[in-house]
Design a protein around this ligand. Structure first.
Ligand code: NAD
Length: 286
């Protein structure tokens, strides 16, 4: 399969491109070149439709990662412009070109907890994709609107769209900080103490490209456990609202450190199964 990866020079994109290049014919579309080239590079801007039409037209599928990846350093207008208008132009180019499927990077920040300054709390755990999405920051909103753009094109022209809601994406640099981060749960309530290894993100993208018979899907992508020493039930009792609905009473019985993010839909639809665990990667025991 010929696959164009927007944002392929970035942190997530570089690992995704290496993974996909094992089985597919990859091209990287980015405004800056990759540090370690793993595939042909096309310099372009996702806000420029001409660049996109040229790059997309003979591809079989597109993976869209290019974005401003958090709301911390850029004005809201810039975040909305690059993430929403950029996604609109990428999906439009895909719909007008040869590809049948696009897989885009969404985020667990769509739910609103991550950048919600502690004011947005879950209504039910584990959080599945049916949980209300109420971002109060520009980044979470931009990712939610990106998903809506995908749904609209699926309805409009049958474009196959997959939106992957990644938790905080981790690699070596986070594993090196695990010991410190695992003892300060108060700093990570917004993330619900969740993360996902960047190689599991690559796995999810590969499976999203290769699974037949998808029209539209929005899927949580997470590690299986939190990165905290404290058991999940204790974290919920200390930091989450009293009387919170527990959707699946057996969820934390299966594993006391189980994540608060439910990835059952990704498992059932694309066969996603998280492979990497922070404690093993850091060489520590919980
Ligand atoms: N890193 C995380 O923890 C995380 C979590 C959830 C979702 N995501 C999403 O995953 C995707 C990748 O994130 P990342 O952490 O690798 O970010 P990154 O900043 O490392 O990579 C983004 C890439 O997009 C490119 N880009 C930005 N604007 C562009 C434009 N106008 N035209 C062309 N290229 C442009 C950048 O040059 C960069 O290479 C993003 O969509 C992000 O929102 C990331």
């Amino acid at each position: 399969m010929r696959v164009l990866v927007t944002g392929g020079s970035g942190y997530v994109g570089s690992v995704v491109c290496r993974h996909l290049a094992e089985t597919h014919d990859i091209a990287i579309f980015d405004q800056r070149p990759p540090q370690t080239p793993s595939a042909p590079f096309i310099r372009g801007d996702i806000l420029n439709s001409a660049h996109l039409h040229e790059a997309v037209h003979d591809m079989d599928a597109v993976v869209h990662l290019a974005a401003i990846p958090h709301p911390n350093n850029d004005p809201s207008d810039a975040v909305m412009n690059v993430n929403v208008m950029g996604t609109q132009r990428v999906v439009e180019a895909v719909a007008l070109g040869n590809p049948r499927r696009i897989v885009i990077a969404s985020s667990d920040s769509t739910y609103g907890f991550v950048f919600g300054r502690g004011e947005i709390k879950p209504e039910a755990i584990p959080v599945d994709e049916a949980h209300p999405a109420r971002p109060m920051d520009s980044y979470g909103l931009s990712k939610l609107l990106g998903e809506e753009i995908c749904r609209r094109y699926t309805r409009h022209c049958g474009l196959e769209t997959v939106c992957l809601r990644y938790c905080w994406v981790w690699c070596e640099r986070e594993y090196a900080r695990l010991a410190a981060m695992s003892n300060t749960p108060e700093h990570f309530v917004g993330q619900l103490w969740g993360y996902v290894d960047v190689r599991d993100v690559a796995q999810a993208i590969g499976k999203s490209l290769e699974t037949p018979d998808i029209t539209h899907a929005t899927l949580n992508i997470t590690a299986a456990k939190t990165f905290q020493r404290a058991p999940s039930v204790e974290l919920a009792r200390r930091f989450l609202p009293e009387g919170l609905e527990i959707r699946d009473p057996g969820w934390f019985e299966a594993d006391p450190h189980r994540t608060f993010i439910d990835w059952t839909r990704a498992k059932e639809l694309i066969g996603f199964e998280p492979q990497y665990d922070a404690w093993e990667e850091a060489g520590l025991s919980v």
